[in-house]
Design a protein around this ligand. Structure first.
Ligand code: ADP
Ligand code: MG
Length: 577
């Protein structure tokens, strides 16, 4: 009997091999190499989770769907296969939806599969258990949304979901599975035939030779060129070609946050430590898998200086071109194909940019690095951000295979600048929205998908959004070390409310011991008050692979409002002093 089929005795003498919705979904996922599900069990998918586990799919049960969703989204980024998140109907679905929207915004392939209530009752609004028109609600928040009503359509439904998630610009897909579908029975042989193994899910998109020539002509004419690498470039897994291209061009490169490590941050062409200079002074900017959105000040304004600039953009999405400023040389295609074509067309006689420019960038970079160095070595108690991050910086240097997850305000901004990355896709963070709450979901998926140790550097506030998942980390015994930068509050722990006895809106319990949370579930908890203690605790955790949470006590007065993006906070002109 084929895998996933059930033998049903009919009333008569006939015996027929049957399968059902449960098994068809499981078989369709497995057939397409989707072997991990992140989710939360409940009606109507509890049995589905059990059966999927029994059939060899790894099913990770979370404490909240949003965290399972963030796990699925980052699994998509890390593997180029859609990460699968499974939720119950209405409330579970809505909890997963934030992550689906986040995946779409970040161009990560993900499939949110939610069970739903009975269509007949939902559509007549007769008040079913968890009644909600989930498909309609999901649609504007994802790249594509589908519903499967009949068991024989499961194969096609899952194939469409996979293609939609990974082809072209990747994104989130919603798949609606009504409760009744799971139990629908059909002939096993016909069921097997109805499944689709998706061939070439993300077809190469070859750039036009004209576009390649145009881009290289513009780059060649530059006096002060700059390459910006974005997380699309990291996603593409074209690491060798990108490195060769950047090195052959001789152009300084600036990695966006999640593109750090594509080439090491210590590479001689890295302009990370000279960011404001290169953005301001460059005359030609080539974007590879990065968008000119708010994270790059939309390609204009003070950040970019007054000198005229030409932009080259390499991206799979044609509509991205000219979205914020004119792109004089659009190169549309997948990054692997585009970079290979660029390399090929550069030929053997490609000159390097003027030394005046590359030396100026190098000088600025060395100046900034030297300025920072002594601050990173301070041993202050209570710790400030620099003292604590100086320690973590060394640990990541010594353990370049570890995956760094990072969220918070100051904890994010400062860690991004201070901690050098050495390998691709090792830095995972808040992404395009600057979202808080990705921490534990990303840490779990990073450990599960890569088998590598994970270091999650978390602001105390950011951690709170997903903190209950420390139980999940302990339950699956994952090699995750969480460091909480505990400064007693959001941005700082020093605000005072003068109007009532309530605490100020941005402060938390003073002296909280987050390490005790980990101990509650059998993990290792450490309270670290000095850089030395922090260093010892993190190294021990990374060596042992035991789930660990280190409460790093940070000076509550350290840190600034909203980190580096305080300018985005509107201020009232009428504010009482
Ligand atoms: P960052 O935030 O690092 O600047 P963005 O998320 O803004 O990066 O940009 C990523 C870009 O990469 C998106 O415009 C997306 O269309 C593009 N992209 C994603 N995957 C690929 C790929 N395989 N080939 C080409 N472009 C890609
Ligand atoms: Mg804080």
């Amino acid at each position: 009997m084929a895998e996933g089929t059930a033998k049903k005795q009919d009333a008569g003498a006939d015996t027929q091999d049957l399968t059902d919705g449960f098994h068809l979904i499981i078989d369709a996922l497995k057939l397409n190499g989707l072997n991990t599900i992140y989710g939360v069990p409940g009606i109507p998918i509890t049995d589905f989770g059990r059966m999927a586990q029994a059939e060899g799919i790894r099913v990770l049960s979370f404490r909240h769907e949003q965290n399972a969703g963030y796990a699925a989204a980052i699994a998509g980024f890390l593997t180029k296969k859609p990460g699968v998140c499974l939720t119950v109907s209405a409330p579970g679905f809505l909890n997963g939806l934030t992550a689906l929207a986040h995946a779409t915004t970040n161009c990560f392939p993900m499939i949110l599969i939610s069970g739903s209530s009975e269509r007949e009752i939902v559509d007549l609004q007769q008040g079913d258990y968890e009644e909600m028109d989930q498909l309609a609600i999901a649609k504007p928040l994802c790249k594509a949304a589908y519903r499967v009503l009949h068991a024989q359509d499961i194969g096609i439904g899952i194939a469409r979901a996979i293609r939609s998630a990974v082809s072209g610009r990747p994104g989130g897909v919603y798949l609606d599975l009504p409760a009744k579908l799971f139990g629908q029975v059909m002939n096993a042989e016909a069921g097997k035939k109805s499944l689709v193994k998706v061939i070439d899910a993300a077809p190469a998109q070859i750039p036009a030779p004209d576009a390649i020539k145009r881009a290289l002509d513009v780059l060649k004419g530059a006096k002060r060129p700059l390459i910006i690498l974005g997380k699309g470039a990291a996603y593409a897994q074209a690491d060798d070609a990108i490195r060769q291209f950047v090195e052959k061009s001789g152009v300084p490169f600036l990695p966006m946050s999640m593109a750090k490590g594509l080439l090491p941050d210590t590479h001689p062409q890295c302009a990370g430590a000279a960011r404001s200079t290169v953005l301001k002074d460059s005359d030609v900017v080539m974007m590879i898998g990065a968008r000119l959105n708010w994270l790059l000040s939309h390609g204009k304004g003070k950040t970019w200086g007054d000198a005229p600039k030409k932009f080259i953009q390499v991206d799979i999405e044609p509509k991205e071109m000219d979205s914020n400023v004119e792109i004089v040389a659009p190169v549309v295609g997948d990054i692997g194909s585009c970079v290979a074509a660029l390399l090929n067309a550069m030929g053997s006689k490609w000159g390097v940019p003027p030394a005046e420019w590359t030396n100026a960038v190098k000088a600025k970079r060395e100046e900034n690095v030297a300025k920072m160095a002594p601050r990173l070595m301070n041993n202050n108690v209570p710790m400030d951000y620099h003292g604590a991050l100086g320690v973590l910086r060394t640990i990541v240097k010594e353990r370049p295979d570890a995956i760094l997850v990072n969220e918070g305000a100051n904890t994010l901004d400062l860690a991004r600048g201070i901690i050098d990355m050495y390998k691709p896709r090792k830095r995972l963070d808040v992404g395009t929205w600057g979202i808080m709450g990705i921490g534990m979901g990303q840490a779990i998926a990073a450990a599960v998908e890569t088998g590598k140790p994970v270091l999650a550097v978390e602001g105390d506030s950011a951690f709170g959004f997903s903190g209950m998942e420390v139980e999940t980390i302990c339950r699956y015994n994952l090699p995750v070390c969480i460091v909480i930068f505990n400064n007693n509050g959001i941005y700082r722990g020093t605000d005072v409310n003068k109007a009532s006895s309530d605490p100020a809106t941005t402060v938390f319990v003073v002296g909280a011991r987050y390490d005790k949370m980990m101990e509650a579930f059998g993990g290792v908890g450490v309270n670290a008050t000095s850089p030395d203690e922090l260093k010892r605790a993190v190294n021990a955790a990374m060596d042992s692979g035991k789930p660990t949470l280190i409460n790093a006590v940070i000076d509550p007065a350290a840190g600034s409002e909203s980190g580096r993006i305080g300018n985005l906070n509107p201020q009232s002109a009428l504010k009482k002093k």
